[in-house]
Design a protein around this ligand. Structure first.
Ligand SMILES: NC(=O)C1=CN([C@@H]2O[C@H](COP(=O)(O)OP(=O)(O)OC[C@H]3O[C@@H](n4cnc5c(N)ncnc54)[C@H](O)[C@@H]3O)[C@@H](O)[C@H]2O)C=CC1
Length: 306
């Protein structure tokens, strides 16, 4: 088979925050599809998105067709104690990127969160539903969305939730670690949502980056994993699949608890389900079964450990 050749006319796509879960998943995808686009990946040490001069200088020196902002401050509980960096990264910097992109005709793809909602609705959230974040992180991300759309109505913002991957800190990693350390785990059962494999999210952003300019309506889109579950349901699935692969020697007992039993510095919405119909209407059927992603993550860890 002839290896794919790099297309010189494919879109030039810049990715900020390239060392995070989404950034690393985009790297994997770009390496698999070298013919689709010309990607450049920028870690925080290469481009700090809060630094206006650096952002403008980079974009002037490296013309791009699309910028995927995978950079964020994602430590939800720490955000309350550290409002300054979380605000600068999640609220102010996206506005700066949007202004810089709008001025140069660059398509901005920004990522936000289900935590912009209060979770009180009894159905999956649509893009048009009113926002009412319960915590500092959610308020910062909402301010970031508003700044992006004010500066660049053509920008696309993809809200997602419960992101996991083989890299970084996430719920899957925590469950597998605790599963090796403890006989009993207590996991919240009254918050429901859609765990999202960062690999699926990366595919959505890659597809949006490759979409022809017209028609591509800017604004808000929802993308989250299916089937919906609670953290408790997700934990059971993680542990049983990790156990089946020998990553956990003995299955721990998993107690279902309520959010009230697990006080955390920052409240979370009870309902984080996202209705993805708008995105599906734009780019077609979505691959979003988190169990597929979970198997990929656990297989990667098994291979690393063997
Ligand atoms: N992790 C999750 O469960 C969820 C994530 N999201 C959103 O998805 C997107 C991707 O999240 P993840 O990949 O999970 O995050 P992550 O925390 O794994 O990665 C974020 C990356 O941003 C980089 N970064 C931080 N400050 C920066 C700065 N000033 N300049 C440049 N880079 C900077 C970090 O070094 C890190 O590599 C974010 O917008 C996040 O808010 C939304 C819902 C849930």
């Amino acid at each position: 088979m002839t290896p794919p050749t790099r297309r010189d006319d494919g879109p030039r796509i810049l990715v900020t925050g390239a060392d995070g879960q989404l950034g690393r998943s985009l790297r994997v995808l770009a390496a698999r599809h070298p013919d689709a686009a010309r990607y450049a990946f920028l870690t925080r040490s290469q481009l700090d998105i809060t630094q206006a001069d650096a952002v403008h200088a980079w974009l002037d020196a490296h013309p791009a067709d699309c910028l995927i902002n995978a950079a964020a401050y994602t430590a939800v509980d720490r955000a309350a104690a550290e409002p300054e960096p979380s605000r600068a990264i999640n609220a102010d910097a996206p506005g700066l990127l949007a202004r810089a992109c709008a001025a140069r005709g660059i398509r901005l793809l920004h990522v936000s969160t289900d935590y912009v909602f209060d979770g009180r609705l009894d159905r999956p959230y649509r893009e048009s539903d009113p926002t009412a974040p319960l915590n500092t992180y959610g308020r910062g991300k909402l301010a970031g969305e508003q700044a992006v759309l004010a500066a660049d109505p053509h920008a696309l913002i993809v809200r997602t939730g419960w992101v996991f991957s083989a890299w970084g800190g996430n719920f899957v990693r925590t469950m597998v670690r605790l599963g090796t350390e403890r006989d009993t785990l207590r996991v919240i059962d009254d918050q429901i949502g859609g765990p999202t494999w960062a690999g699926h999210l990366a595919r959505v952003l890659h597809t949006l980056a490759l979409q022809p300019a017209d028609p591509l309506p800017g604004g808000l889109y929802h993308f989250g994993g299916r089937p919906w579950t609670s953290w408790h349901g997700f934990a059971l699935e993680i542990l049983s699949r990790a156990h089946a692969r020998g990553l956990i020697a003995r299955l721990p007992r998993v107690e279902a608890i309520t959010s009230a039993d697990w006080p955390s510095p920052e409240p979370r919405p009870a309902n984080g389900r996202l209705d993805c119909a708008r995105l599906e209407a734009l780019i077609g059927p979505l691959e979003c079964d988190w169990r597929v992603g979970l198997d990929r993550v656990l297989d990667a860890w098994k291979t690393e450990g063997s």
